[in-house]
Ligand binder design. Structure first.
Ligand SMILES: [Zn+2]
Ligand SMILES: [Zn+2]
Length: 95
């Protein structure tokens, strides 16, 4: 297989993966309730030592998506552990 057609095959596979994901989790909220996300979340909290990355608080921790490019197959770099207060601040910056 040459380079161009391999890229095309990769893009197709990615597209199919996104479609499967959409069918399984029609909304972002549905995804947040999934077992997949819950276990991803637990791993992130453990990696962060159950502390907010900004202020160090251990109360009301959330796992924030820094971007939504890889929702469903997030890497540690796409996520950030924040307490509820810091999480709100993070989202206010975007509105
Ligand atoms: Zn915080
Ligand atoms: Zn967030």
């Amino acid at each position: 297989m040459n380079k161009a057609s391999r890229r095309q095959a990769e893009r197709l596979a990615e597209k199919r993966e996104r479609e499967v994901f959409r069918r399984r989790y029609p909304t972002y909220q549905a995804y947040l309730k999934s077992e997949h996300w819950q276990s991803r979340r637990r791993v992130m909290l453990k990696l962060a030592d159950n502390k907010c990355r900004k202020c160090g608080s251990a109360e009301n921790l959330h796992v924030h998506h820094k971007n939504y490019e890889r929702v469903g197959r997030e890497t540690a770099a796409d996520l950030e552990v924040l307490c509820e207060r810091c999480h709100k601040t993070e989202h206010w910056e975007w509105v």
